[in-house]
Write a new protein. Sequence first.
Length: 131
Amino acid sequence: MSFRSRNFPCLNCWYWTGFRIRCALLPNEPRLLDMHWDHGRQLVEYGEISAWRMCVTSLSLLLDSACDRALPWHWRSLCLDHAYRSLHALQYLAETREQQHTLDRLRNRLATLCLLPSLSIPELEEGNPYE
């Protein structure tokens, strides 16, 4: 069994944790955000993904989650609070012109983020076509 095939489940676990963050499947479990970051760092250490990819993916996930009005407000705030790690790491990882442009785009996205209030329960129910 090769090194890559042994760690493939770890990559799946990282994506699954990201999915749980994006959908706020455990909105009262803020440790999930730390777990996602730690799994990503382990993947980088094992050479499964690059540090750049891990940080860009994590930051995009957190910003997407923070902007999603269907998620609870406290979860969106937590996602935004944890975005600093990825942004901080990316500042030191940006080596090429393309990476610098990506970093600038992500910085601009964070700086101009418009956080609208989360949807209320009646508003969420209005969008359900099955009732």
